[in-house]
Design a protein around this ligand. Structure first.
Ligand code: F6P
Length: 327
């Protein structure tokens, strides 16, 4: 067994609420096991530039409740080149770092897998993205908080939609995944939900809205994921419905990056604390190329490559529930 003396932690890709809680957990677990901990700023870009800072248990006071990431985050084009990765590896070796914890999504894990293959450098991933599109965990960090943010916003939109008898299209985040749209949609009582995984067809959308109208509903909310399959953006969808159903007064609201910010929910804080402990303990056990995640409320590990390639599937039962609820 190789003794682990020094570990590094970084956040990479799109930020998500709970990343700070995960940094705190990694740093404090290192302190508990008397391992030195280095924070890398701006993800892989900071690794290339040697933008490092020493983190002690006290450096992470009062961050469990904070959104964003104290280590900042970035998407690095330079790390995609072998030259960039060479520089990054040199910096880790110069600092005598024995392993790396990457908090991020699939892009960040892809970088970690390539780096591990090239340099045999120990890498462990903690899934941090609001999209929840990672295989090997029921929840990614930030997803629960983003859902609550989206539901709170849609509730407010419902108030004004109902006062004015309007139809609202609300766009939520999720370029490739409909988890936020489907769950926030059901949670906020949306009449229709459009997601990237399924093309429900524009005719069906019109039919459903006509049905709603006939059944006595005077306002409606359609939740649309950023990357929904209709091939039309939220404004084009709204225009299509307006053209076909002039009786509706249509408005569009794009929730955007507000879904990535804010204080993490209790669920995300607890998840971050659990995953951070496991990530460090897995590295102490000399394991590498794994992602720590949650399954049936147990912390488990999954091969890092599988976490990226395993795919994600949408919950058909929830789609059915959504259908029945819009009656
Ligand atoms: O992956 C997280 C995410 O928030 C997606 O839901 C969204 O499509 C994308 O990032 C937005 O990326 P950016 O912050 O670069 O605009």
């Amino acid at each position: 067994m190789k003794k682990i003396n020094k570990l590094a932690v970084m956040t990479s890709g799109g930020d998500s609420p709970g990343m700070n809680a995960a940094i705190r957990s990694v740093v404090r677990t290192c302190a508990y096991y008397k391992i030195e901990c280095i924070g890398i700023y701006r993800g892989y870009q900071g690794m290339i530039e040697g933008d490092f800072t020493s983190l002690t248990a006290r450096s992470v006071n009062n961050i469990i409740n904070k959104g964003g990431t104290i280590l900042k985050s970035a998407r690095s084009d330079e790390f995609r080149t072998s030259e960039g990765r060479k520089k990054a590896h040199k910096n880790l070796i110069k600092q005598n770092i024995d392993g790396l914890v990457v908090i991020g999504g699939d892009g960040s894990f892809t970088g970690g897998v390539i780096f591990n293959k090239e340099y045999n450098f120990p890498v462990i991933g903690i899934p941090g993205t609001i999209d929840n599109d990672i295989f090997g965990t029921s929840h990614t960090l930030g997803y629960d908080t983003a859902l609550n943010t989206a539901v709170e916003a849609i509730d407010k939109i419902r108030d004004t939609a109902s006062s004015h008898n309007r139809l609202f299209f609300v766009e939520v985040m999720g370029r490739d995944a409909g988890f936020i749209a489907l769950n926030a949609g059901v949670g906020a009582g949306a009449e229709e939900i459009l997601i990237p995984e399924e093309n429900l067809g524009l005719d069906r959308l019109l039919e459903s809205l006509i049905k709603s109208r006939k059944s006595g509903k005077s306002s409606s909310i359609v939740v649309v994921a950023e990357g929904d399959k209709s091939g039309r953006n939220v404004f084009e969808l709204a225009k299509y419905v307006e053209d076909n159903m002039p009786e509706y007064d249509v408005r569009v609201s794009v929730l955007g990056h507000m879904q990535r910010g804010g204080s993490p929910s209790c669920f995300d804080r607890v998840l971050a604390s659990r995953l951070g402990v496991k990530a460090v303990e897995v590295l102490i056990d000399n394991k590498t190329n794994l992602m720590v995640g949650l399954k049936d409320n147990k912390v488990i590990t999954t091969d890092l490559e599988e976490a990226i390639t395993g795919g994600h599937s949408i919950n058909n039962e929830l789609l059915r529930v959504s259908d029945i609820m819009s009656t």
